[in-house]
Design a binder for this molecule. Structure first.
Ligand SMILES: Cc1cc2nc3c(=O)[nH]c(=O)nc-3n(C[C@H](O)[C@H](O)[C@H](O)COP(=O)(O)OP(=O)(O)OC[C@H]3O[C@@H](n4cnc5c(N)ncnc54)[C@H](O)[C@@H]3O)c2cc1C
Length: 382
């Protein structure tokens, strides 16, 4: 049995970052990971450019039963800290949108994580199957029946999303074993299956507004063969979307007022032709088959069309999430109620820590999830 100060399960973003901190504190560290290479999600993140932080990272960009849980960790590891860490490794970065920071190459971030954790013992291709605790020591067993022991155990096993990169529910199982509550995991930052639009629209992307609860999301939406995707939908799925939401295909204007104005000014034009001045042709055709000139269309009919354009209500029976396979993150996981927000330590089992995506915290699109991985790892009491 090999003995260490700290065992980290998961060589992903949060596990590797925590290992780097532990190295600086001169601890002996072992990282166990089921995959062939470390930080595989980091390597593919941001389309290979790794959107590693966002200057707007505060509690309002995180979702779960208690987003305020993130406050303490976010205060102690700010987006500026993330940028400074990346710069300290001389990694070229760029600000794609205001506040949204990317590396020029995600592989540089992987290299930085490995360099910080250089003297940790990393066991790849090593799947953890069980954990037990005796005499204040954790004993971790892997598929090859190898055993490792430590006084601190950090669970950094990620979520259930993007299964092709290797996922397991061991983090949730260990949490449950020590009495923790699990919020049922579901896919987030993903597309949805919905049959409300025609598949002939697949490939079209338009700016929309999505109203979800009291929030309005303005972003691009993509029509797909199975339903809808694009950033507007991704951002909707990380929020509390399961009881429904409303899509407005013409954000920023009152379509009814606009249509009546068109009727006054261009009465001899076909309704469809008028719609194509604001929407792609195929979408205009989908919304109306009416071949009449707009002057011949009653206002009440224009009102009906306005509702079809600006108030597309998706009720829970109208859609389903596309699934874990293509989802960028997981909503749900180890409940924050029994974890210290200051140290990420279990309130039920001293020495046990949960960080990153395995915790019931999911961030918005835009670098917030990796920022949570760094910030939660930084919060661990090493
Ligand atoms: C395609 C894609 C693009 C993304 N792009 C961005 C982006 O640009 N910006 C952003 O902020 N976020 C992005 N994300 C999300 C971000 O990558 C994750 O939120 C983040 O990597 C989570 O870090 P983590 O350490 O919690 O988990 P992970 O990085 O997923 O690491 C978990 C590790 O645990 C290991 N593991 C699991 N079970 C076991 C077991 N039983 N035994 C041993 N090891 C195990 C896994 O092999 C894995 O290596 C993206 C995600 C995807 C899928």
């Amino acid at each position: 049995m090999q003995e260490f100060d700290i065992i980290i399960i998961g060589a992903g973003a949060s596990g590797m970052f925590a290992a780097g901190r532990a190295m600086r504190a001169k601890k002996s560290v072992c990282i166990l990971d089921m995959g062939l290479t470390p930080a595989r999600r980091v390597a593919v993140s941001g389309g290979g450019k790794c959107n590693f932080t966002n200057m707007h990272a505060d509690t309002s960009h995180y979702f779960g039963e208690n987003p305020n849980f993130t406050r303490s960790a976010l205060t102690r590891f700010t987006p500026a800290d993330a940028v400074n860490w990346v710069k300290s490794h001389k990694i070229p970065i760029h600000e794609k949108a205001p506040g949204q920071f990317f590396a020029d190459d995600a592989q540089h971030i992987v290299t930085a994580l490995l360099s910080d954790a250089h003297s940790a013992k990393i066991f790849q291709n090593t799947t953890v199957t069980a954990v037990e605790k005796t005499d204040n020591k954790f004993i971790v067993t892997t598929t090859e029946h190898k055993k490792f022991t430590s006084t601190k155990l950090i669970i950094a096993t990620g979520g259930m999303s993007y299964a092709p990169l290797g996922v397991s529910d061991i983090g949730y199982k260990i949490a449950k074993q020590f009495g923790h509550k699990i919020i049922p995991p579901r896919p987030a930052l993903c597309g949805i299956k919905a049959k409300i639009f025609d598949t002939s629209l697949a490939g079209i992307s338009i700016p929309v507004e999505i109203i979800i609860g009291r929030e309005k999301i303005r972003d691009d939406m993509l029509f797909t063969h199975f339903g809808l995707g694009g950033p507007a939908i991704y951002r909707t799925t990380v929020r509390d979307c399961m009881s429904g939401f409303t899509i407005n295909l013409m954000p920023g204007i009152d379509a009814y007022d606009w249509l009546r104005e068109q009727k006054k000014q261009h009465g001899r034009k076909q309704l469809k032709t008028i719609l194509t001045t604001k929407l792609p042709n195929k979408l205009a055709e989908f919304l109306t088959h009416d071949t009449r000139n707009i002057a011949d269309i009653r206002d009440i009919e224009l009102q009906g069309l306005t509702t079809r354009i600006q108030q597309i209500n998706l009720t829970p029976t109208d859609f389903s999430l596309f699934g874990f396979a293509g989802a960028e993150v997981t909503r749900g996981g180890v409940s924050t109620t029994q974890i210290s927000s200051k140290t990420m330590e279990s309130k039920l089992c001293p020495g046990l820590y949960f960080i990153g995506e395995c915790v019931d915290i999911a961030g918005d699109l835009g670098g917030y999830n990796l920022h949570w991985a760094w910030a939660s790892a930084n919060a661990v009491e090493i």
